[in-house]
Design a protein around this ligand. Structure first.
Ligand code: BGC
Ligand code: NOJ
Length: 808
């Protein structure tokens, strides 16, 4: 069952009922100022850091789920309603929410009045624009009242929901005509305020929540709206809000638009005031002047569309399968941009106060983002590398505002350092910019201890070699990619963090996954060493990779699949000898991606075991059988009920590793089948089961052991976005940048007999026509009409157009 449809020409998903199974959201903003907006107008916004610079309040874990947002209420002759249906929930004669690229447009109509609300953050702007268009679709004149509403957050979103003894006394605003200034804490240490304004004469306003709602009401029945009369309240403590009231007369058929701006303004400390206690509004006025007319808003919207058109032109496919095309051309890159910007901070499953930027997460996000804006990827790599510690280990997370490593979580996740090599290599392959390797980057943000970026990669690589366990496999530390495989944790205390508790500190627990990752990054690392003129380092790296591969085959092979780990006691994890958790997905995917065991036939066996034991109708589960009880020696993985999260959930992040691994063996049929099971556009038709947005991936779909098999959780902010883009675009469609050229080697099901890919890279354009007989063999290429050896098309000069004919 569907709750809307894709409109590919407009690059939108059109939700046609407000009664979706869960709030379906979108993101506004592209660089600094971001908003989350649900299909009913719920959500919030912030400047750069979802915790420390939150403009509007949002209550997670609410009942119903999605309460609080930037709302517009219409009062029409005693009848009042909201165009997004909620929060008033008055029945609408028409409802539609268009989820677009960095904008959302919600339209509601009731009793001859149509209200359309467009939400977006214009490029280069630290504000949201909300354009409200009211149209009288009836045959009689109408006099309606329009109320805006936002509830301000007292900036630190964590403190905002904890420290009421202080917070209920500090709220302050200024009202200047149609402009409301939220200046809480501006009197003391803050140099920023929020502004909420409208480009029309107001008939009233409110800035005190209780005055607007009435003491006993929720957002669904504000007293001011019900009575059609603002209170002109000025907040003093309690809960500051921003609400405007407009009186709008509309002749039959007439339509009028109003532009509301909700923005963030920073003043230099010496320019904070324009009079005693009076906020200096000069910068706010400059901001507002940019959005005074509908024409200005239209122009900003066109600029945003053009930005996305340019962005999406880097990789486009035409395959005859519209679901494939819309994932690759629109929604997957869009999600990659969102994960690049927000890491795992703020979604409807992440509160924005918990996690900073993850070291491993951000590096993986780059894999799917790097072709969109390589220069931003470069900057990000340098930021991430600056949080690495001198011994090559890494802070697991850092804070986006300060860019400093997060001490609460610390380091010790032994896969982390290697992802820096993957991220950097992806950037260099895309851009050809080897100069980044020579950039000077501090360790642990200490300018006194700095070295080249290449030296950082070197310490990453050697951190693994310096931390090998009894079998010569990498020590796992607190956990590897699987945050929940905590082999040194031994936690018996409720509430203790599985990730940061290490009750045993032995150097015994080893990870086969990290070994696979190590072998996978080694060729890239060696090639970068060569590019730096470091022949002997390159040679050493290749030697260590071969040795690690041998170690995996010797100590990391279980007979039918790769082992997952050795625990603290040296006992096998993910082995046929185990009762639960006999096979885990991660090493099957990664070891085969790295080429381990391909010639020995182990790779094929491992992937066939995945198919036989882990595959389901909704994707590949993480492990089988699920852990049925808590294992103190394994940690959080065994804390989840069977079928959820890391305990046999379908982790959509690691499914693409298996898809890529299948292409290593030339099995495009199976790779494509796996992809279609989890790709949201293909799951759209079972939205009542999947329940989350059909336009973006979710981190997890409940596995076959779960009661709610097939139900997704944790949409948007997940490494799933980047990895699925890599799998489908680079390995199944088979077009991927390498250091020396563009690799064209598709491996796709015969269901797609032909397709074209247009790839823009390093200033040139590659037009690729593929005839796909799904032979499972390497492709045969003609470049500008001439056959070439192999599948690597050398880089063309900037400005060139290259035509590639491919048969496979
Ligand atoms: C989640 C991760 C998270 C970890 C620690 C896991 O279940 O998948 O997203 O980092 O728990 O909270
Ligand atoms: C989500 C985390 O953000 C990611 O870093 C981790 O690899 C997966 N969960 C698996 O545990």
């Amino acid at each position: 069952m569907r709750f809307g449809h894709f409109d590919d020409a407009a690059r939108e998903y059109v939700i046609s009922t407000p009664r979706t199974p869960y709030p379906w959201i979108n993101y506004l903003g592209t660089e600094e100022f971001f908003g989350l907006v649900s299909h009913t107008g719920g959500g919030y916004c912030f400047y750069r850091d979802a915790r420390l610079r939150r403009l509007t309040r949002y209550r997670y874990n609410n009942v119903p789920t999605d309460v609080g947002g930037r709302y517009f209420y219409v009062h029409d002759d005693g009848d009042f309603w909201t165009p997004g249906w909620a929060p008033v929930k008055r029945e609408l004669d028409f409802y539609e929410c268009r989820v677009g690229l960095s904008y959302t447009k919600i339209t509601g109509e009731r009793k001859g009045l149509r209200a359309e609300v467009l939400y977006f953050v214009p490029l280069g702007t630290t504000a949201e624009v909300h354009r409200v268009t009211l149209k009288n679709t009836s045959k009689a004149p109408k006099s309606v009242k329009l109320f805006s509403f936002v509830e301000f957050c007292l900036w630190d979103a964590s403190d905002d929901q904890n420290n009421y003894q202080r917070n209920l006394s500090i709220g302050e605003v200024e009202v200047d005509g149609g402009t409301i200034y939220h200046k809480t804490e501006y009197r003391e240490r803050r140099n920023h305020y929020a502004v909420h304004s409208v480009n029309a004469k107001v008939a009233g306003f409110d800035t005190d929540r209780e005055s607007f709602l009435g003491p006993w009401n929720g957002f669904g029945e504000p007293q001011a709206v019900a009575e059609g009369r603002s209170r002109n309240s000025v907040a003093s403590g309690w809960s500051p809000i921003g609400s405007h009231q407009l009186a709008v007369d509309l002749a039959p058929g007439e339509e009028r638009s109003f532009v509301f701006v909700l923005g963030y303004v920073e003043n230099p400390v010496e320019e904070k005031w324009e009079g005693p206690g009076v906020v200096n509004k000069a910068r706010a006025r400059q901001l507002l002047a940019r959005f005074q007319t509908t024409a200005q808003v239209d122009a900003a919207l066109v600029a945003l569309r053009d930005y996305w058109t340019e962005m999406l032109s880097k990789y486009t496919v035409k395959s005859g399968d519209e679901r494939l095309d819309r994932m690759v051309n629109i929604w997957n890159p869009y999600q990659c941009m969102v994960t690049f910007n927000l890491s795992r901070s703020a979604s409807y499953f992440e509160t924005g106060i918990g996690r900073g930027m993850g070291f491993r997460d951000s590096n993986q996000d780059l894999l799917g983002f790097v072709h969109l804006v390589p220069s931003r990827a470069r900057e990000r790599i340098l930021d991430i590398a600056a949080t690495q510690k001198p011994d090559g280990s890494a802070y697991h997370q850092y804070q986006p505002l300060t860019k400093r490593g997060n001490n609460d979580i610390g380091s010790g996740f032994n896969d982390d350092p290697l992802w820096l090599i993957s991220g950097t290599a992806a950037y260099i392959k895309e851009s050809g910019d080897l100069s980044v390797l020579k950039e000077t980057v501090p360790f642990d943000n200490d300018p006194k201890d700095a070295a080249t970026l290449f030296e950082h990669l070197k310490r990453s690589f050697h951190h693994v070699l310096n931390n090998l366990g009894p079998h010569g496999l990498p020590l796992i530390g607190r956990a590897d990619w699987n945050d929940c495989l905590n082999l040194n944790c031994f936690s018996e205390t409720p509430g203790e963090s599985f990730q940061t508790t290490g009750n045993r500190t032995g150097r015994t627990a080893e990870s086969v996954f990290i070994a696979g990752l190590f072998v996978h990054v080694a060729p890239d690392y060696a090639a970068l060493a060569e590019a730096m003129g470091l022949e002997s380092e390159a040679k050493a790296a290749r030697f260590h990779a071969v040795r690690m591969e041998e170690t995996v085959l010797k100590h990391g092979w279980d007979g039918e699949w790769f082992l997952r780990a050795y625990d603290f006691f040296g006992k096998k994890v993910g082995s046929k000898e185990c009762e639960d958790g006999q096979i885990l997905i991660e090493p099957q995917g990664y070891c085969v991606m790295a080429g381990i065991g391909v010639k020995e036939g182990h790779a094929k066996k491992a992937l066939d075991s995945v198919k036989a034991r882990l595959d389901t109708a909704h994707g590949i589960v993480l492990n089988q059988p699920p852990y049925s009880a808590y294992h103190v020696e394994l940690g959080e993985i065994s804390s989840y009920p069977p079928g959820y999260k890391e305990n046999a959930g379908i982790f959509c992040h690691n499914n693409p590793w298996v898809m890529i691994a299948e292409t290593v063996l030339g099995r495009g049929e199976r790779a494509f089948e796996y992809w279609k099971k989890i790709a949201p556009a293909y799951r759209e038709e079972i939205s009542e089961v999947h329940r989350l947005e059909p336009y973006v991936y979710a981190q997890m779909i409940a596995g076959k052991d779960a009661v709610r098999h097939g139900e997704a959780k944790n949409s948007w902010l997940t490494g799933t976005a980047a990895w699925n883009f890599v799998a489908i675009s680079q390995h199944l469609l088979g077009v991927r940048p390498e250091l020396l050229g563009l690799r064209v080697n598709p491996c796709l099901s015969a269901e797609i007999p032909s397709f074209t890919v247009t790839r823009r890279c390093r200033g040139a354009e590659y037009r690729i026509r593929v005839k796909n007989a799904a032979t499972g063999q390497p492709a045969r290429l003609r470049v500008d009409g001439k056959p070439i050896e192999g599948t690597l098309v050398p880089w063309a000069p900037a400005g060139a157009t290259v035509t590639i004919d491919c048969e496979v």
